[in-house]
Design a protein around this ligand. Structure first.
Ligand code: TRP
Length: 331
């Protein structure tokens, strides 16, 4: 069985874009692959969160993934900082990662430009830590969005470099896993253009309460309405229809599509329906998030099980790597 490793940023609540863009696919992958899902809490230190915030965020993200249907029995779901072998492999990999190539990555340059007062070494070596996360489980696949392609390319490079340097084939070259099946839906934001994103401020979170969801949907950008029968929809309107296509029944989408084509659509009605269908979709997930967040015993059990499974796999790799490098015990 092929191995998949996916790192989850421990910042921000999950939104509909995350769900339909990735998580829904993760749920379906659990039977066909040996899946490792982990919360990248070491990576979040590059932005200096407070201890309370860091802890709260990790808990929330863990609860959200479980609420969506990641199954801790089928997959290995764990917290990065529970695995001491990851920083160990990170240290070893840092010796073969060069300043020039790290400085040239776009995400490093972006972050350095945006926060010139906090250009820390962790930010520079972020791709090395990410490579360690991936290769420590000898991953074959890593699901990545556009923004992570370069980081994965670095991981591939470091894996191949190690193999070449020591003339071994310890690490498979991790391939990007792209969901180009029928299920891949790009979820637009509510502000008229672009995709849904936490930082764009146009997202509906799975954890949003019904009142907030209704408010956000009713504020979505629209236009003055169609003026010709069967005219092509401008992007802002197509976005509403795209959102509707993932949460509403095909009949409902058809109904508003017909009204649009006849120039009889009232966006207010469409938004009301869309808001209710989003609420119906997210409410059970939200209820589960709340239940899980209150169940520290369950969260503890899940985190412990995940840590045990992940450490077993990680320790095996690190032992192999140490021996290859020349760290062989004298006692
Ligand atoms: N850098 C990824 C992000 O920002 C998170 C991440 C950390 C990751 N380690 C990883 C993703 C390993 C995939 C594999 O989204």
């Amino acid at each position: 069985m092929k191995t998949v490793v996916s790192g989850i940023r421990s910042t921000g609540n999950l939104h509909l874009g995350n769900y339909f863009g990735a998580i829904k696919n993760f749920i379906n992958m659990q039977d066909a692959y040996n899946c490792f899902f982990f919360i990248a809490d070491y990576h979040s230190l590059t932005t200096h969160p407070t201890p309370e915030h860091l802890n709260q965020q990790v808990k929330q993200v863990l609860a959200e993934y479980l609420a969506c249907g990641i199954d801790p029995e089928k997959s290995t779901i764990f917290i990065q900082s529970d695995i001491p072998e990851i920083p160990e492999l990170y240290l070893l990999m840092n010796m073969n990662a060069y300043l020039g190539e790290l400085e040239r990555t776009t995400s490093f340059k972006d972050k350095a430009r945006k926060n010139p007062e906090n250009v820390n070494a962790g930010l520079l070596t972020y791709p090395v830590l990410m490579a360690a996360d991936i290769i420590i489980h000898k991953a074959n696949f890593v699901p990545v969005g556009k923004d992570q392609e370069q980081n994965l390319e670095m991981a591939r490079k470091f894996a191949r470099r190690f193999n070449r340097m020591y003339k071994v084939d310890t690490f498979p070259t991790p391939q990007p896993f792209t969901f180009d099946g029928a299920d891949m839906v790009k979820i637009p934001g509510l502000d008229g253009s672009g995709k849904m994103g936490k930082s764009e401020g146009n997202a509906i979170c799975l954890y949003d309460d019904p009142k907030l969801i209704r408010k956000k949907v009713m504020k979505a950008v629209t236009d003055a309405g169609p003026t010709e029968m069967n005219q092509q929809k401008p992007e802002v309107i197509q976005n509403l229809f795209s959102l509707m296509s993932v949460v509403s029944t095909p009949d409902t989408v058809q109904h508003f599509d017909d009204l649009y084509n006849k120039c009889e659509i009232r966006y207010g009605d469409m938004k009301k329906q869309l808001a209710e269908d989003i609420v119906n979709f997210t409410s059970p997930i939200r209820d589960r998030i709340i239940d899980i967040m209150e169940d520290d015993a369950y969260l503890g059990k899940v985190a412990k099980l995940g840590a045990e499974k992940a450490r077993e796999s990680a320790a095996k790799t690190v032992q192999e790597v140490r021996s290859i490098i020349g760290f062989r015990k004298f006692y």
